[in-house]
Design a protein around this ligand. Structure first.
Ligand SMILES: N[C@@H](CCC(=O)N[C@@H](CS)C(=O)NCC(=O)O)C(=O)O
Length: 205
């Protein structure tokens, strides 16, 4: 299988980390959305990463759909996402909360870095930042009231997604990450990155 995209994208990184955790074998094409649009569009017509090309040529797009496939195919003991019931709903809720905050973080970065300064709309930026902060507060509450991992004694998709979000923020907002009051989330990131399958996906910036 070929994973398209660089781990600087938190969506690509969470996909790579899940694939490593379940021992799914893959190669990674480190394409960038800024520089490699033509090649990325061969896999995803709207030019977004990640995409996953399966051995028979079928191509999956969007980290959620790719992870859904990877878990179904390779996580036979369903360690990362319970197969049904309240446990599954809890893990999915936290996962999608982190995924939503990732989207807001990436939108903030695009607003700040991909527009000419005079075209940045400060009210919109403030709106996005409020969404980011509210999402982080909710995640911090979950992390500070959990024990081993966010949802139980074993690591799940919720932890992996949350850690990829936190590490992305460390890279994109290094100056104000400490002021966000997310000590439990920062500790979660340290702990998860000590697992080689996750730590080795950390982008070197
Ligand atoms: N919902 C998608 C979001 C993917 C996404 O927004 N990826 C960004 C990279 S961080 C991208 O490809 N941006 C380029 C663009 O939107 O044009 C997922 O979970 O995979």
């Amino acid at each position: 299988m070929i994973l398209i995209g660089r781990n600087l994208s938190p969506f690509v990184r969470r996909t790579a980390a899940v694939m490593n955790m379940v021992n799914a074998q893959y190669q990674q094409k480190m394409l960038s959305t800024a520089d490699d649009q033509t090649e990325i569009k061969e896999s995803n017509p709207i030019g977004r990463v990640p995409a996953l090309i399966l051995p028979d040529g079928e191509t999956l797009i969007d980290s959620n759909a790719i992870i859904d496939y990877v878990i179904e195919e390779f996580d036979t003991s369903r360690q990362l996402l319970a197969i049904e019931g309240a446990e599954r709903r809890k893990i999915l809720r936290t996962t999608l909360l982190s995924h939503g905050v990732m989207e807001k973080s990436v939108a903030i970065s695009y607003e700040q870095n991909r527009r000419p300064t005079e075209k940045i709309y400060p009210e919109w930026l403030m709106y996005l930042e409020a969404q980011l902060n509210q999402g982080l507060d909710a995640l911090e509450k979950i992390a500070s009231s959990s024990s081993e991992w966010l949802h139980g004694d074993t690591i799940t998709l919720a932890d992996i997604t949350t850690v990829c979000l936190i590490d992305y923020l460390r890279i994109r907002m290094p100056d104000n990450i400490e002021s966000k009051g997310i000590s439990a989330l920062l500790a979660l990131s340290e702990k998860a990155n000590a697992i080689d399958a996750i730590g080795k996906t950390r982008p070197n910036i």
